[in-house]
Design a protein around this ligand. Structure first.
Ligand code: NAD
Ligand code: TYD
Length: 327
């Protein structure tokens, strides 16, 4: 199969290309934003630098593709609170541009990579695929709009399209603006560890390779017009995540600093993956304790990956977001 994988210079897409690259002919379309890095891709991967909202770039990249997997996104909630414009452009206009091209070029299969955040926050129990979409942040609202466009292209034009909704991912090559790599790198440097609000918000942690196996399962066997949840096996309060990182790094709990809460902060995410398990046989393989240990180890050993990031755009972002400099 010839696969067009968009946004694959980022964290999850590059893990996906590593997983399926040997088995399929892969072309990557990526705008190379602050989060997109050529070095994330395995050597020899065909990369077209361009935006999913650019019809010419999309048509060039999609020529001859049998299937499209769309990872391209602005992925950080805090940045969406600061300025939503790029989120709307990529998630809504970009997804629409990909869908139009897929239909016009007769692509056989389209898979949209989405998030549990489109369902909003849940106090108890877990979201299923029939839960209503109730997003809270500009990030999740624009992701939900993208999902709805995918459903519309299935209903209106009969496009063979499905959606996967993953819970919070973690693992190697995640940009350090996200909770786990931020805490690992700050703990390694002796910088303070900024916990939002009371730190008792809950996330459902999914090791990135488990998500990528789920994505590939749905691409191969999922039903058109359907969404599939891919939830991690473990839930954990943020402050507990931070304490586990401290222990693995060998840092001190006095580094924890409670800071102002994120506006509109979702309290808890929890996904039921029963549909994916029962229909398609997927199951998470990596528990949080093991995945976190692997992740901390990867960051310890890969300073050549995070060194340039921590001294570049990220440093400025950090100062603006947290009102203090990185050490
Ligand atoms: P990331 O920020 O690491 O990577 C995003 C990639 O998309 C980057 O390479 C970037 O250059 C590219 N990109 C951004 N805008 C683009 C555009 N307009 N055109 C082309 N390329 C563009 O993000 P990630 O964490 O790897 O997330 C990948 C996908 O998975 C996203 O759709 C995200 O919503 C979804 N998702 C993420 C998580 C998570 O925990 N990180 C969980 C569930 C779902
Ligand atoms: P994040 O990694 O941004 O993912 P998401 O917002 O998509 O769930 O944040 C995970 C959780 O960690 C979320 O509840 C916000 C919290 N958090 C902090 O407490 N401090 C931080 O510096 C960051 C980045 C996140």
């Amino acid at each position: 199969m010839r696969l067009l994988v968009t946004g694959a210079a980022g964290f999850i897409g590059s893990t996906y290309v590593r997983l399926v690259g040997g088995e399929h002919d892969v072309v990557v379309l990526d705008k190379l934003t602050y989060a997109g890095r050529r070095e994330n891709l395995p050597e020899g991967t065909q990369l077209i630098e361009g935006a999913i909202e650019d019809p010419a770039a999309v048509r060039e990249a999609m020529q001859g593709a049998d299937a499209v997997v769309n990872f391209a996104a602005e992925s950080h909630v805090d940045r969406s609170i600061d300025d939503q414009e790029a989120f709307a452009r990529t998630h809504v206009v970009g997804t629409g541009t990909l869908l139009d091209a897929a239909r016009e070029l007769g692509v056989e299969r389209y898979l949209q990579v989405s998030t549990d955040e489109v369902y909003g926050s849940i106090e108890s129990g877990s979201f299923t695929e029939t839960s209503p979409l109730d997003p809270s942040s500009p990030y999740s609202a624009t992701k939900a709009a993208g999902d709805l466009l995918v459903s519309a292209h299935f209903h209106t034009y009969g496009l063979d399209a499905s959606i996967v909704r993953g819970s919070n991912n973690y693992g190697p090559r995640q940009y350090p603006e996200k909770l786990i790599p931020l805490m690992v790198l700050n703990a390694l440097h002796g910088d303070s560890l900024p916990v939002y609000g009371d730190g008792r918000q809950v996330r459902n942690w999914l090791y990135v390779e488990d998500f990528c196996r789920g994505i590939h399962t749905v691409l191969a066997k999922g039903r058109a017009g359907e969404a599939y949840n891919v939830g991690g096996p473990d839930e954990c309060e943020n402050v507990e995540v931070v304490k586990r990182v401290i222990e693995l790094v060998g840092a001190d709990e006095s580094l924890i600093e409670y800071v102002s809460d994120r506006p509109g902060h979702d309290r808890r995410y929890s996904l039921s993956s029963a549909k994916l398990k029962e229909e398609l046989g997927w199951e998470a393989q990596v528990h949080f304790a093991e995945g976190l240990e692997r992740t901390v180890e990867w960051y310890r050993e890969n300073e050549e990956w995070w060194g340039p990031i921590r001294s570049g755009e990220y440093r400025e972002y950090y100062e603006k977001q947290y009102g203090k400099s990185l050490g």
